[in-house]
Structures are given as structure tokens and as C-alpha cells.
Design a protein around this ligand. Structure first.
Ligand SMILES: Nc1ncnc2c1ncn2[C@@H]1O[C@H](COP(=O)(O)OP(=O)(O)OP(=O)(O)O)[C@@H](O)[C@H]1O
Ligand SMILES: [Mg+2]
Length: 247
């Protein structure tokens, strides 16, 4: 079943076309990879899919509903979450509070009542459950700035998951991580696979090829190849890029 789809997206900034005819389709519970060179338009694509930019042409739909051009908070309310290429945590907040601010129950409250909510045991439990889901059990009291880099990357995913999304967009989740950190994050995303639809932009090819059900290659703002990891291994562009070395 198709849950989220983009049809013929175009994104122009002035006379510059950054995305052209991008069509993507994401099924429920599957994991999708997006790869491509620097500056290809991958993050811009996420920005269009999650409402930061209104596309200059094309449609975005979730569950058949047209959400093209809706602002980010309304798209989020339809069950769409994202993490950013550059981390977006509240550094002075604890890990638990970072997650709590993203819980739907918390977001529903007015700003004035949030302080009272902060001591709500039920919400704290919900935040703990999210922390456990991303491998941060027992670290709820640690301020984000005092967590290791790998833990911060995991916490970002926790914050995105707190909203209980149906679709999760992750922009280069392994960026800045060494091989151990990358392996750990692959393990974490592997445990989430099947629970919701996940779309991951990645430069780390073994990571992506090991996890994804299907991969799209974006180059010069266009989808130039699409297929299962096995199909893409045989793709000319992928072979000519350094992916040829992929085992
Ligand atoms: N708001 C904007 N105005 C003008 N140009 C933009 C804007 N946002 C992105 N671009 C341009 O669009 C192109 C694609 O950028 P984008 O960040 O989407 O690439 P990317 O594939 O995510 O690259 P990377 O792998 O380096 O993260 C770049 O040339 C960028 O300068
Ligand atoms: Mg990017």
C-alpha cells in the first residue's frame, strides 16, 4: 500500500531549478534510501516533502490526501516527522525533556500549561519509552550537550519518533559518526524497520544498501535510478560512482 507519494515535483529558486520531475512513492512500513552527490537536491526534496518549501510544480500526498504546500506543522500533524542534516536538539535540556517537548500530548497544550505538564509522570513514562526505543534507556537525565555524539544522533531520531509519525524522514543520520557509531545507528534503524515508513538520505552506501528495501538516486535534481539494492548494484551510474567498490 502506498502511504506517501510525490508526483512530478519541481522546485525552482528564481531561475535556478533544483528539482525536476521528481516522482517518489513510499509504501507503509518500508524503508527507502535516497542517495546522490553533494548538492544534488536531496535535502531540498525533503524540504518540499515536509512543507518547508512549496514546490513550483507537482503534488505531495499522504494516504491519498493532497498536502502540497501545507506548512510544516500541518504536515507534521498528518503523521510526518523528520530529522535534520544539522542537529536540532535543545542542548541545555535533558534527553527526556527533548523527547517530551515533541510528544503529541505536550504539543497539544498551550505554552502556559507546559510547565505543569513537565512533571506529569505519564508523559515522563512516554518519553522514557521513546528513549528506550532509540537505545538511550537510563540517559534521560543527561543534558543533550553532555551526551556523546552518537547518543545525540540517536536522540534526534527519538525526538522525531516522539510525535508517533507514520512516515519518518532522516537526513544523513550517520553524518559525523565513525564506523562503530554508524554500525550502532544501522542497528537502531534496523529495529525500527517495519514499524513505520522510513526514508533515509545517506552517503554511507554499505549502510543504505544493508537496510533499504528500495533506493532512489538523485542527481542534478532528478531521479536517475530507482530499485532494490540488488538492482542498483547493477546500475551503470552506481557502478561508475565509488559504489563499484561496494561488496
Ligand atoms: N533556498 C534555496 N535557495 C536557492 N538555492 C537553494 C536553496 N536551497 C537549496 N538550494 C540549492 O539547491 C541545490 C541542492 O541543495 P541540497 O541541499 O538539496 O543538496 P543535497 O543533495 O542535500 O546535498 P548534500 O549531500 O551536500 O547535503 C544546491 O545547489 C543548493 O545551493
Ligand atoms: Mg543535504
Amino acid at each position: 500500500m502506498v502511504l506517501f507519494e510525490a508526483e512530478n515535483l519541481q522546485m525552482r529558486f528564481g531561475d535556478r531549478t533544483v528539482l525536476e520531475n521528481v516522482t517518489l512513492s513510499f509504501g507503509a512500513g518500508k524503508l527507502y534510501g535516497i542517495m546522490g552527490p553533494n548538492g544534488a537536491g536531496k535535502t531540498t526534496c525533503f524540504n518540499v516533502l515536509t512543507g518547508r518549501y512549496r514546490p513550483t510544480r507537482g503534488r505531495v500526498r499522504i494516504d491519498g490526501e493532497d498536502i502540497t504546500g501545507l506548512p510544516p506543522h500541518l504536515i507534521a500533524r498528518k503523521g510526518v516527522s523528520r530529522s535534520f542534516q544539522i542537529m536540532n536538539l535543545f542542548n541545555d535540556f535533558t534527553a527526556r525533556d527533548n523527547v517530551m517537548t515533541a510528544l503529541p500530548e505536550m504539543r497539544a497544550r498551550s505554552f502556559e500549561t507546559r510547565r505543569a505538564v513537565a512533571s506529569d509522570a505519564k508523559l515522563a513514562d512516554a518519553a522514557e519509552a521513546v528513549l528506550a526505543r532509540v537505545g538511550l534507556a537510563g540517559k534521560g537525565d543527561v543534558r543533550a550537550k553532555n551526551l556523546s555524539y552518537g547518543d545525540r544522533r540517536a536522540l534526534e531520531i527519538g525526538v522525531a519518533l516522539a510525535a508517533a509519525p507514520r512516515v519518518l524522514f532522516l537526513d544523513e543520520p550517520t553524518s559525523g559518526l565513525g564506523s562503530d557509531g554508524t554500525a550502532r545507528l544501522a542497528g537502531l534503524i534496523g529495529t525500527l524497520k517495519g514499524q513505520l515508513t522510513i526514508v533515509v538520505i545517506e552517503h554511507d552506501m554499505p549502510f543504505l544498501f544493508g537496510l533499504a528495501d528500495e533506493i532512489s538516486v538523485i542527481h542534478w535534481g532528478q531521479v536517475i535510478a530507482q530499485g532494490t539494492p540488488g538492482e542498483l548494484r547493477a546500475n551503470d551510474w552506481v557502478r561508475r560512482s565509488n559504489l563499484g567498490k561496494l561488496q
